[in-house]
Design a protein around this ligand. Structure first.
Ligand code: 3PG
Length: 209
């Protein structure tokens, strides 16, 4: 496992959000992303194979900083931690979910899309959060408006962001990185086209605001 970073937001400019339907894709996808220059990923708990995929990556690609996303309950936070997650990501931030993620002892990004949710995360002692669903919730204009009243929280926006729009987000002072699924298109995974995943990762790794 890589050393825990000071901030999850400063490891890579783009965190690949990965949805796997076949556990056999887990290790080659992770290797392609690392080879393309993105050594941190978020593997989502949206498919039945997700926890097996986490175990496979944790065992075989130890250089990856491995996040587990779409954590909806404290039980899922525990399962992700037990499977080998290095950090957790949730789409929302209820008090129970915040407490459940905190109880794992792992770093995490809780999802926020309102000022009150951002303040709840800050009250829990956190200085970074996910902003989700970024485009639908107000995009760069919303994040820019948040920076003045709530300067102490930085974000990883995800949801609807593309290679084209990512630089606009990365240019904001309260954005450390963005996340998205565009690096691991379903058809590339289906075809085992790891070279394409690596190329998409390389392009994203070079993105700056
Ligand atoms: C997430 O969970 O962060 C989002 O589903 C990202 O998905 P998208 O990049 O396809 O919008």
């Amino acid at each position: 496992m890589p050393d825990a970073p000071a901030s999850l937001l400063d490891v890579v400019p783009v965190v690949p959000v990965v949805v796997l339907h076949d556990v056999a894709h887990a290790v080659p996808v992770a290797r392609a992303l690392v080879d393309g220059g993105l050594p941190a990923i978020e593997l989502t708990l949206r498919t039945p194979v997700a926890l097996d995929a986490v175990r496979a990556i944790a065992a075989e690609v130890p250089e990856v900083l491995l996040g587990v996303g779409t954590v909806l309950t404290p039980a899922q936070a525990d399962q992700a931690a037990a499977a080998g997650a290095h950090f957790l990501v949730s789409p929302g931030a209820t008090p129970a979910l915040l407490a459940g993620m905190q109880a794992t002892g792992l770093p995490f990004l809780a999802g926020t899309s309102t000022v009150s949710e951002v303040l709840a995360v800050a009250e829990a002692g956190l200085t970074e959060a996910k902003f989700f669903p970024a485009e639908a919730a107000g995009g760069t204009a919303y994040l820019r408006a948040l920076a003045a009243p709530v300067p102490g929280v930085r974000f990883c926006p995800t949801g609807g962001i593309t290679a084209t729009t990512a630089p606009d987000y990365l240019a904001l002072p309260n954005v450390g990185c963005v996340g998205g699924t565009w690096l691991t298109p379903a058809d590339a995974l289906e075809a085992g086209d790891w070279g394409r995943v690596e190329e998409l990762a390389r392009a994203a790794a070079g993105l700056r605001g």
